[in-house]
Ligand binder design. Structure first.
Ligand SMILES: CC(C)(COP(=O)(O)OP(=O)(O)OC[C@H]1O[C@@H](n2cnc3c(N)ncnc32)[C@H](O)[C@@H]1OP(=O)(O)O)[C@@H](O)C(=O)NCCC(=O)NCCS
Length: 214
């Protein structure tokens, strides 16, 4: 599926990982513990809504259906509230991300967080989880494309030590250029250990709960 490329987006507010957590409705509690799990066909409606809220050229339902049912190289993860208890006001899906596996290389094809939930380290947590999935499948290098205008996503990737390895002119359908970024040597302890520790810290924080949108 050559058309699959990592997409784009815009600014956020600052992170707000909460210290205590009970996930009810926003009117009762201001924090919500989160969980990561595999994206499934049951999430399709929510994925389409998240795509529409995140990208100017969102992938279609058919593309996601195919990715989840036919593409043996694909792995997709989602972030959801950890409990549905009293959660009528909570979204069913908060974030999703996907990767394609090619032996020693994994290619990150999409990542998106609901606009009102951005700035809470959810994207970073999910990206680290995706890297762990790929690494567990034997990948030593992660690659992706990102729009030259997408400074927010570029900062996220650079924070996790991705570096630029290429440049694709007029890569996107609207002819915007793409940077090609890579994170190499994921099997090396000096590379993986700090990322693993960050993932574990974020996992603990997300289980305690994040501030919910006001
Ligand atoms: C890119 C995206 C996934 C980031 O998710 P997020 O949960 O808001 O990001 P996080 O809170 O985990 O931020 C992690 C890092 O990203 C960078 N970042 C995130 N938002 C930022 C902003 N508004 N301004 C500058 N840097 C930002 C920072 O380096 C941040 O680390 P810091 O908090 O220590 O400064 C989210 O903005 C999004 O869904 N965008 C639309 C889709 C998109 O562009 N996907 C990428 C396609 S290549």
């Amino acid at each position: 599926m050559a058309a699959l490329t990592c997409q784009e987006k815009q600014p956020k507010s600052r992170p707000a990982v909460a210290r205590n957590a009970t996930c009810r409705s926003p009117s009762i509690s201001q924090t919500c513990p989160l969980a990561i799990g595999p994206l499934t066909l049951a999430d399709l409606d929510s994925v389409i809504a998240l795509e529409a809220a995140s990208f100017p050229s969102p992938w279609s339902r058919a593309t996601y259906h195919s990715e989840l049912t036919r593409n043996h190289r694909s792995r997709y993860l989602k972030v959801t509230p950890a409990t549905a208890s009293g959660a009528a006001a909570l979204p069913a899906l908060i974030a999703q991300a996907g990767v394609m596996l090619f032996g020693a290389e994994m290619h990150i094809v999409t990542i998106a967080v609901l606009p009102t939930w951005r700035g809470r380290s959810i994207g970073e947590w999910l990206l680290l989880a995706l890297l762990a999935v790929g690494r567990n499948q034997g990948a030593e290098t992660a690659t992706l494309e990102v729009r030259v205008s997408n400074a927010v996503a570029q900062r996220l990737y650079h924070k996790l030590n991705f570096t630029q390895v290429g440049y694709r002119r007029r890569y996107y359908p609207d002819r915007e250029d793409a940077l090609v970024l890579a994170l190499t040597d994921l099997n090396a302890g000096r590379v993986w250990q700090p990322l693993r520790e960050r993932f574990e810290r974020l996992s603990a924080a997300m289980q305690r709960g994040v501030d919910m949108p006001g």
